[in-house]
Design a protein around this ligand. Structure first.
Ligand SMILES: [Zn+2]
Length: 69
């Protein structure tokens, strides 16, 4: 086990997140720094909203399944 430290290894600035649309069950990969709202490709529900650099998951509509990379 690696000891937990206060100083973290610098993270990559951006990554991709696999999310599932709660409205229709569609899974898609979204960019974590999307600067425009990301919508479900199937039903059009808005999955994230941009918050000045980082996309925020709209929990009502989307569930994070996995953070990639
Ligand atoms: Zn959907």
């Amino acid at each position: 086990m690696v000891k937990k430290r206060k100083i973290l290894i610098p993270e990559p600035k951006s990554r991709f997140i696999r999310v599932r649309c709660k409205k229709c069950g569609n899974e898609q990969v979204i960019f974590d720094h999307a600067t425009i709202p990301v919508k479900c490709l199937v039903c059009g529900a808005q999955l994230t909203k941009p918050t000045g650099g980082k996309a925020q998951i709209i929990e009502e509509n989307a569930e994070v399944l996995k953070i990639l990379g």
